[in-house]
Write a new protein. Structure first.
Length: 400
């Protein structure tokens, strides 16, 4: 499995951190890699392939249409571009210059994050809404959907919603506000799989566009994502992404994603042209998506793996206690280090493991509390023993 990386002299990493982009995402299932290899052996019209993918995405999400994107961040940019331009070819040609176009996207202050910059790349301007006393610890009230109504102007193009497990603001209530003003709601659900029910949840609650990562829990190629939602908006995103170096008179695309009859001429290469997705990646995501819908067995396997690792780790010198987290979408193993008996900090230990031989990457989200986290979603067969042995060796060398 690792021979190509050995040939390239690139060290393999035992990935106990999860689906992080910096680690290339989870290893692809053999059925995905085999199908991608087959897809590379012929040419097709990418529009036809995207149309078939749209039909699959529509089936599994309940949305009117869907688009394979080059990652969730690209999906956010295309979603914003779709809300700004709709099917207006002149506006597509103008973006990212949004002068004279309604370009404001309303976003709750508590939903601001490092990834929302992707929205602004299309020419959108983010307008912060509300005060979240609950999130700040200053009171019990969070941001209420009705507050968004006060921020709507003739410059408003859309409303943004960040999906997360701990979110208290109702998406349904926010959608109700948006409907009063004819505004679309964009939902960033990049990391909200599993559970698989979330594939349909946000569309069912009224979202107009929803973005998922294709290279995380779905198990598709790392550089893929899914944008699904209203047909017109998804079509606008598709038109601003694909290669349109085709004479208008000779262009006869499939109509779900490319409604030629609704366009006043051919757009230029759009804001998303640099987000193109290869035929191999489109096929790989389609295969992975079909398999993800039957994901229950995989969850049980991960729980069993973590129980086995916990039994091996809890007796190690330098470990204070271990904890299985089974109420998360992906089960996790938390390993609390006994800092009193270690001469190196948790950060130094994690860094040494990350760049050691073998290289072992843990999830470091709680490392400031002295906790190493094992996320099993990217572990290959046999990796669990490498993780346990590597940790044992590192702790033994770090004892006072």
């Amino acid at each position: 499995m690792g021979c190509i990386y050995e040939e390239l002299n690139v060290p393999i990493v035992v990935n106990a951190a999860g689906t992080a982009t910096r680690l290339g995402g989870p290893p692809l299932a053999e059925v995905v890699t085999e199908t991608m290899a087959k897809a590379g052996k012929a040419s097709v019209y990418v529009e036809d392939l995207l149309e078939r993918a749209a039909q699959l995405i529509r089936k599994v999400t309940g949305a009117e249409s869907g688009l394979v994107t080059s990652g969730a961040s690209a999906g956010l940019t295309l979603a914003a571009a779709a809300c700004l331009a709709r099917l207006d070819v002149a506006k597509m040609r103008q973006l990212p210059d949004s002068q004279g176009i309604p370009n404001e996207i309303l976003i709750a202050r508590s939903h601001r994050n490092a990834y929302d910059r992707a929205l602004t790349l299309a020419g959108a301007k983010l307008i912060d809404v509300g005060v979240d006393d609950w999130a700040a610890g200053a009171g019990v009230r969070g941001i209420e959907p009705e507050i968004f109504a006060e921020a709507v102007t003739d410059r408003t193009a859309a409303i943004f919603y960040l999906a997360r497990r701990e979110e208290r603001m109702s998406l349904k209530a926010l959608v109700a506000v948006a409907r009063r003003y004819g505004l679309p709601v964009i939902v960033d659900a990049a990391a909200q799989l599993p559970p698989r029910e979330n594939l349909r949840r946000f569309i069912a609650e009224g979202a107009d566009l929803v973005i998922f990562s294709g290279g995380k829990a779905i198990g598709g190629p790392q550089g893929t994502g899914i944008l699904c939602g209203k047909r017109e908006l998804v079509a606008s995103a598709a038109l601003q992404m694909v290669d349109l170096d085709v004479p208008w008179e000779a262009w006869n695309p499939p109509r779900l994603l490319f409604p030629k009859e609704a366009l006043q001429g051919m757009p230029y290469h759009g804001i998303g042209r640099g987000f193109k997705v290869s035929k191999e990646e489109i096929v790989g995501l389609m295969v992975a998506l079909r398999h993800f819908v039957d994901a229950e067995k995989r969850h049980d396997q991960m729980v069993g793996l973590l129980r086995h690792m916990a039994s091996k780790v809890e007796g190690l010198a330098g470990v204070d206690k271990v904890r299985l987290v089974l109420d998360a979408p992906t089960p996790l193993l938390q390993i609390k280090l006994d800092e009193a008996c270690l001469k190196r900090s948790p950060w130094e230990i994690s860094t040494s493991l990350r760049y050691g031989n073998p290289r072992i990457a843990f999830n470091e989200q709680l490392l400031h509390q002295g906790i190493l986290i094992v996320n099993p979603i990217s572990l290959r067969a046999g990796d669990e023993e490498v993780v346990v042995q590597g940790l044992a060796k590192e702790l033994a060398s770090s004892l006072r």
